[in-house]
Design a protein around this ligand. Structure first.
Ligand SMILES: Cc1ncc(COP(=O)(O)O)c(C=O)c1O
Length: 446
């Protein structure tokens, strides 16, 4: 414990008549910010989670583990066999009885699946919209909140390009003002700096939980708490694209008005799936635009109605097979438990960071005290492209984060992104370390 903690804790002990390990744990948790709480929880669960996680079973569930070393889970993970089976089973049903008839036949299973997804994200089914990707979720949000000239919009430094692009367009088209919240000393968004920027012109706050191009984790729970404490009316939008499936994500816990996530990444669902969670406050105040025949109804020659729940953000046509795959992916993650998953992902990532960080010429770019499963690295002379190619030749999948992902952070140089999941084992991590190129006498290129 840090010295302030020791003093406070001794004071606490003097008051307590009976103290157990659970008391101590709960007391420590009550004293911390959300990120610190998460850190303590993860540290505690590293002991439990790491030991209780059955990695051999995870690997047996994942046919792709036999083909390559897959360390591109931040791109698109390897789905467990049960996810693929759910997709195929649904496609077979469509093949046998027809698409609309399959919907009729699976209504109950679909409703139950929606419930499970909502619960996984700390929400009620009425707050859940099923969308095709995080970006589609964001577009639906932007069409609903209708930012206007002069509106101030706060963003974290580490936003993904797909968040910044439409905001930059809105700055040009309608004259919104985008302001970047300064980072704190650990390189993550400083919640107090954000509070200092608040006034009634701030109409929206965008915060990425775990960015694409850096292993930092923003304290989105603390930001949500402070926005409420300061009575901000700004719409609070959390990007949980990369955190869903590797960190605890709760729309209600983060007090987010909107939260979106992709199915294919750490959640291990099919491509083309995503979720958008919409809080009651937003459902009460905002329309969805444009609605289609699923989210709305043409009720009379010149009238229409809009669904009362978040399905107003959905469209009629979708890949039901993929949605059933997503339901299976969420159940799979929930059955293992997000805490053991998060502990195992983190341990794999920290293992890589600790080994790469001491290798000559390599730099670990990840900021923050609590870090995600995303490890981003650069070499002083070997280009990221060269390094990636070398890893690909060794049968190892990683990805490049190009400067356009976030030029504020990356400047003009790409980085290599290695993103382990819980199913990756130590010999796979060692294989990356062995295959990473060392100094090549050549100028670095982006
Ligand atoms: C942090 C973050 N946000 C949003 C997105 C966009 O997700 P999608 O491609 O599912 O729209 C990505 C994609 O990589 C991401 O990493």
């Amino acid at each position: 414990m840090a010295s302030r903690e020791v003093v406070d804790y001794q004071r606490h002990l003097r008051k307590a008549t009976h103290t157990t390990a659970v008391d101590v744990f709960q007391w420590r948790m009550s004293m911390q910010t959300t990120v610190e709480r998460e850190e303590i929880q993860v540290a505690e669960n590293l002991k439990i989670g790491w030991n209780t996680l059955d990695r051999a079973q995870l690997r047996a569930d994942t046919p792709g583990c036999g083909n390559r070393v897959h360390l591109n889970n931040a791109g698109s993970s390897l789905p467990p066999a049960c996810v693929t089976a759910a997709v195929i089973e649904y496609l077979r049903l469509e093949e046998q009885i027809g698409g609309y008839e399959a919907v009729d036949e699976t209504q109950e299973a679909y409703a139950k699946g929606r419930q499970d997804i909502a619960q996984f994200f700390g929400a009620e089914p009425r707050n859940l919209a099923l969308v095709e990707s995080s970006t589609v979720g964001l577009h639906r949000i932007l069409s609903a909140i209708q930012l206007r000239a002069g509106d101030r919009v706060l963003v974290s430094n580490a936003e993904y390009a797909a968040t910044m692009l439409p905001l930059l367009q809105l700055a040009g088209r309608v004259g919104i003002r985008i302001e970047v919240v300064p980072d704190g000393p650990d390189g993550t968004t400083d919640p107090m700096a954000l509070v200092r920027l608040l006034d009634e012109d701030v109409k929206a706050v965008f915060a990425v939980h775990a960015p694409s191009h850096n292993g930092l984790v923003n304290d989105v729970g603390e930001i949500g708490r402070l926005l409420k404490e300061h009575d901000s009316q700004a719409w609070y939008v959390v990007d949980a694209c990369q955190s869903a499936g590797q960190l605890p994500v709760s729309a209600a816990g983060f007090q987010a008005d909107f939260l979106y996530a992709s199915g294919r990444k750490y959640l291990r669902g099919p491509r083309g799936t995503g979720v958008l969670l919409v809080a009651d406050r937003a459902l009460e105040a905002l329309d969805a635009f444009p609605v289609d025949v699923y989210g709305g109804a043409w009720s009379g020659p010149a009238t229409y109605s809009i669904a009362a729940d978040a399905t107003r953000f959905e469209t009629y046509e979708r890949s039901y097979a993929s949605v059933f795959g997503l339901i299976e992916a969420v159940r799979y993650a929930a059955a293992i438990g997000i805490v053991p998953l998060s502990a195992a992902v983190r341990r794999n990532a920290e293992y890589l960071r600790s080994k790469i960080g001491i290798r000559s010429g390599w730099e670990v770019l990840d900021r923050g005290r609590t870090r995600s499963g995303i490890v981003t690295i650069r070499h002083e002379t070997v280009s990221a492209q060269q390094a990636k190619e070398q890893l690909t030749q060794a049968g190892i999948s990683v990805s490049l984060v190009k400067p356009a992902t976030n030029p504020r952070d990356l400047g003009t140089l790409a980085a290599v992104r290695i993103s382990p999941h819980a199913f990756n084992n130590c010999s796979e991590l060692d294989a990356v370390l062995a295959a990473l190129p060392s100094t090549v006498p050549q100028a670095r290129r982006g």
